[in-house]
Write a protein that binds this ligand. Structure first.
Ligand code: SF4
Length: 115
């Protein structure tokens, strides 16, 4: 009897482990799909160039882009998509491309509710 219970407990534990691993893999693959769904926007893309898009807003030259402010980033722009915390995210201006959360372009619009 004890062996039977032990075997059942062991099987339940193994089943739980399998389910947990599968759920973890699904979560990881879901994240990978979200992050890798589209290619990263390239700075030399014609539209990106026209809008002065930079992957790193800290590298925006003030003389060339006088409207840029140090506190402006893609992650606090109203046109950013995706989830907070993701480094590469969609932007409504660049369909099917990902922009860097730390980037910037001339079309930056303060995100609703951000400081
Ligand atoms: S519109 Fe906003 S989110 Fe899109 S690239 Fe420009 S600054 Fe970044």
């Amino acid at each position: 009897m004890t062996n039977s219970i032990d075997r059942r407990s062991l099987l339940r534990g193994a089943a739980g482990l399998v389910v947990g691993v599968a759920a973890g893999q699904a979560a990881l693959s879901g994240k990978a799909v979200a992050s890798d769904a589209f290619p990263k926007l390239e700075e030399d893309n014609a539209t990106a160039k026209a809008l002065g898009y930079h992957h790193d807003a800290k590298k925006v030259e003030p003389k060339k882009f006088p409207t840029h402010k140090p506190e402006q980033f893609c992650h606090n722009c109203n046109l950013i998509q995706g989830k907070d915390g993701e480094q590469w995210r969609g932007c409504t201006l660049f369909p099917k491309k990902l922009v860097n959360a730390d980037g910037w372009c001339r079309s930056w619009i303060k995100k609703a509710g951000s400081k």
